[in-house]
Design a protein around this ligand. Sequence first.
Ligand code: SF4
Length: 358
Amino acid sequence: MKNEFTALLIDWYEHNARNLPWRGHSDPYAIWVSEIMLQQTRVDTVIPYFNRWMNLFPDIAALAAAPEDCVLKAWEGLGYYSRARSMQKTARILSRDFNGKLPADFDALTGLPGIGPYTAAAIASIAFGLDRAVLDGNVKRVLARLLPYPEAVNTPAAEKELRSIAQNLLPPGRAGDYNQAMMELGALICLPRNPKCSECPVSMLCAAFKENCQSTLPVMKEKAAVPHITVTAGVLHENGRVLIARRPVNGLLGGLWEFPGGKVEAGESHAQALTRELEEELGITTETGELLGRYNHAYTHFKVTLYAYHARVTAGEIKLLQASEARWVDLTELDAYPMGKIDRMISRDLVKAGDFDG
Ligand code: SF4
């Protein structure tokens, strides 16, 4: 089956592959950028980010030399900001220790910040032609249906087994095309719901198609329920400007700017939580004013509802107790500061309201 499967798959890919800006690039840097951006993010979303990124930072040296704020700003809206920070860290290591180039070696690649087995296999195969199979969600789904694979695919044991199956199917010397073809089949034809089996080039070899059990595969182990937390943030006003603080580099949304605040603990009112958080974070005493808005966002491991309030400082000088920087800025300047989703929504609402000066 192996030879027939890969021949059909690669032939289909050669005739049906989407024309994406990173395809046809032989530059390993461009392939690396696209693979990192595509993690957890849809192709349509990535395309403009990729094009802008390659204009701003056309090579590893440019990325290594860029100010971190520019890198985070170019990433704003893609989420999972540690990916951008790790890329810059890696670009600096490559500039210092690898002659400014990505190494053509799987193990050396996985030793770099932000490059795990998936990304290393993608770069190794697509950029350097090394025989390394990738395993992402699309590939897992295709394999689970093709074989079929009756166990849950989202466990470490299944990852290991499926990676080895993907590797065994790989036709030597064609790893780049094979990997991209598997991912493309999963993205365009072998869809999570309602796979387009009538258009599938490998349907005659697919066990799930024969047994008509596509909708039951892949099996997923249920994930624990995602906690939901309530957060408050303060929009502190002074002479027409608002205060923004920079989060510490390590941790969620590290290095991004925000309207300061934090989690509402059990038994606290929003105003009490905000007063406490602003004192803990910036050493200031504040008075909470009107609600500006309520914002929802889902992160990978939890959901947030954030209540943003207008507020003012009533006592104390700003101290950086839990923030790495703090600045009073005009509303017109807010857009220049890299922010996460919710803080950008708050910032846009403030700009829209425009004339508020609490
Ligand atoms: Fe997926 Fe259907 Fe093709 Fe099987 S036949 S690999 S289920 S699209």
